[in-house]
Design a binder for this molecule. Structure first.
Ligand SMILES: [Mn+2]
Length: 427
């Protein structure tokens, strides 16, 4: 299914007048505060968030799985779904694949299909957290950190294969997330496991093309419950440094213990030029994979506040960040959920861009704690949705993507085309 530009135009028409009023009001407010709305809009229009192939179906990572119907059953259909999101929002211009779930049969035609939706391939993701039918050795007790060399080598070879597929598709980065760890005290020699991981990552790094990056993700627990080899940002940072200048830490919002100060982690990594990418989701308790911004929108704003500061004060050469939504859950239509996540991410980004940074630094220098808090909350409490709508209007997207999605009965059309019981591959 493809959404035509004309459909979007017709949908926007009756909404234009009230949008124009709201935008004009906000524009005056922002310009009186010294902001250039055009520059904010340009940044918003350029801000693209990758959609992972595994977020397009109902999640299967927890206990049960309840299909929404019309789920994509192959790689082409996954690309089509991201194409829908991108047509509606013009802000989801990339797809992130998971190998072996998304091995392209014919890379050239897969690339062509993506291009026809104006999509590029974001980071490719390796998978050594589950066994595949065809593999010789099991990852039950680890992969890159495994106590025995043949298992480690198999996992290294898999990652090299993932890079090869990524090259064929025009991707320029690989994300490594390891489930390796232990569930019981005594099970693992911590030091050996970390040394093995470092050596394995270094072997993969040797196969990284010159213009590629490697992102090393961390997670404190799950699926292992006693220890995870790459448990936190510090361990990831240490490994990225051991690999070299093309390796970076990747922050996944859900991969922290409760109440961790994630914005401070962002500031530290950007100071060191080692923050590579970001996975968005939200959570109440752990790695809940909930819609971005649905539980802790203020935290998301505080994180973006550091990201924007880091990007504006990039003295250590932090690379452009890879942005991706990493969520997958059971209840909502996955495409609607992703539309909500995209909106929440862009909202936090826009709010962070209107923080009065000069006044904030002044308040900090004067130790005016009250005013520092006020300045942040002033930005957070500004309704910046007209900015998001204006950015969409200027880039040819729908003023209200979710409303148009429902109006077009997209899910029902997908069910008609693909059936009610399809299962997104790999989940
Ligand atoms: Mn992730």
């Amino acid at each position: 299914m493809r959404i035509q530009q004309e459909t979007i135009h017709d949908f926007n028409d009756p909404l234009r007048r009230s949008h124009a009023e709201a935008f004009a009001y906000l524009k005056i407010q922002l310009e009186d505060q010294g902001h250039s709305t055009d520059s904010i809009l340009t940044k918003l229009m350029n801000f693209q968030v990758a959609i992972p192939s595994w977020a397009l179906g109902a999640g299967g990572t927890r206990f049960g799985r309840f299909s929404t119907g019309g789920e994509p059953g192959n790689l082409d259909q996954k690309i089509e779904d991201v194409g829908l999101l991108h047509a509606l929002t013009r802000s989801a211009g990339a797809i992130s694949l998971h190998i072996p779930w998304d091995i392209p049969e014919d890379s050239a035609s897969t690339r062509q299909l993506a291009e026809s939706f104006d999509l590029v391939f974001d980071a490719v993701n390796s998978n050594t957290f589950q066994d595949q039918h065809s593999q010789a050795l099991s990852y039950k007790f680890g992969s890159l950190a495994h106590s025995s060399q043949p298992e480690r080598q198999q996992a290294i070879d898999h990652n090299i294969e993932v890079i090869r597929y990524g090259k064929e598709l025009g991707s320029q980065s690989i994300t490594v997330w390891l489930a390796d760890g232990s569930s019981f005290p005594g099970q693992l020699n911590f030091r050996k496991a970390l040394e093995h991981t470092r050596e394995s990552l270094q072997s993969i790094y040797q196969h990284l093309p010159g213009d590629w990056k490697m992102y090393i993700e961390y997670k404190p627990y799950e699926p292992n419950f006693y220890s995870t080899v790459i448990q936190d940002w510090g361990t990831s940072f240490l490994l990225a440094n051991a690999c070299g200048p093309k390796a970076f830490t990747l922050v996944d919002l859900g991969h922290h213990l409760p109440n961790t100060n994630i914005e401070q982690i962002v500031a530290t990594l950007m100071w060191q030029g080692k923050l590579g990418g970001f996975h968005f989701n939200d959570s109440k308790y752990g790695d809940d994979d909930l819609t971005v911004g649905c539980i802790k929108p203020y935290q998301l704003f505080l994180i973006f506040n550091e990201l924007v500061y880091g990007m504006e004060n990039n003295r250590s050469g932090n690379p452009d960040l890879a942005w991706m939504i990493d969520a997958s859950h059971n209840l909502k239509d996955p495409l609607e959920d992703l539309l909500q996540s995209l909106e929440a991410i862009r909202l936090a980004f826009a709010q962070a861009m209107i923080v009065d940074r000069k006044a904030l630094e002044g308040a900090r220098q004067a130790n005016d704690v009250t005013m520092a808090q006020e300045i942040l909350q002033q930005a957070y409490r500004t309704d910046v949705r007209p900015l998001l709508r204006e950015a969409r209007l200027r880039s040819g997207a729908a003023l209200d993507p979710l409303q148009l999605y429902r109006k077009l009965n997209v899910r029902q059309q997908l069910i008609n085309d693909r059936g009610a019981t399809t299962v997104a591959t790999g989940l």
